[in-house]
Structures are given as structure tokens and as C-alpha cells.
Design a protein around this ligand. Structure first.
Ligand SMILES: [Zn+2]
Length: 144
């Protein structure tokens, strides 16, 4: 059973309530109205301070969820369309390659990012492949 999570407010839902038959584009978050939900193969429980960043197959930022500003100091407009590894100065981009090449999650990666103020920040990063044709991915960043 597919699971869905809102990249903005992190509300989780399961595909068991009539979403079947609708195109994925028609699905939006019932909680905050965000324009799409991210499909997961398995359920996922983000921490309250976790922030989601959704990227396209070129790893450019498509969507920035609540919590990312608190974590990074970047506002949505600072990140949208930028290459995520570069924008956040991810200390190790290799999980992205694994996720995109193999279509598997990479959980609990102990990485560092650089905040807008230029300060290093230690995070735990979870990476999720996209299961649609877009071939993108989602990053869940949690301070540690
Ligand atoms: Zn939402």
C-alpha cells in the first residue's frame, strides 16, 4: 500500500480513501492545501523539526517544506530551482546517486549542510526516491 506525505506540513496519509483513479496531480494535502503529496513505499515518521526538500531528476529544488527555513535560514525563493547539493553545501552528495540509480531509500545519513549565514550545521538526512516518471527525490533534513 503506498503512503503519501505532504512535503510542506508532513501530514501523512495512505492511499486507501478514494484517491485511486485520480491522477497524482489531482492529489493535494488535505491539511494545508499544498499542491502535491510525495509517494513513499513505506510509512515514514519525520521528527517535528524535520524539513523536506523535493527535487527533480536534475536534483534541482522543486518544493521546500515548513521547517527548512528554521533549519537552514534559506527561504523558499532562495532554494527553488537551485541544485540542492550546491545550494545547501551537502557534505556528501553520494546518497543522491544511490537513491536515483537504485530507487531505494538512504536513511540516517549523518551529513553537514551550510546555512544561509555560512555556518556548518550537522543534520541527519533521509533520502527518498520518487516513484513517478519524474525520477526526482526528496530529502528529509533533521538537525542533530
Ligand atoms: Zn500539508
Amino acid at each position: 500500500m503506498p503512503f503519501f506525505i505532504c512535503p510542506n506540513c508532513k501530514q501523512r496519509s495512505v492511499d486507501s480513501d478514494g484517491y485511486d483513479g485520480f491522477s497524482r496531480q489531482a492529489v493535494q494535502c488535505r491539511s494545508c492545501g499544498f499542491g502535491f503529496l510525495y509517494e513513499l513505499l513505506e510509512d515514514y515518521y519525520p521528527a517535528p523539526e524535520t524539513g523536506f526538500v523535493v527535487c527533480d531528476r536534475e536534483t534541482r529544488v522543486l518544493a521546500v517544506g515548513r521547517g527548512v527555513f528554521e533549519l537552514t535560514g534559506f527561504r523558499d525563493a532562495d532554494l527553488m530551482g537551485r541544485e540542492v547539493v550546491e545550494a545547501l553545501a551537502l557534505s556528501d552528495p553520494s546518497p543522491i546517486d544511490v537513491v536515483q540509480e537504485w530507487g531505494v531509500r538512504k536513511m540516517g545519513q549523518q551529513l553537514a549542510i551550510r546555512t544561509r549565514a555560512g555556518l556548518p550545521k550537522a543534520v541527519t538526512a533521509d533520502f527518498f526516491p520518487a516513484y513517478d516518471d519524474d525520477g526526482g527525490l526528496m530529502l528529509a533534513l533533521t538537525p542533530r
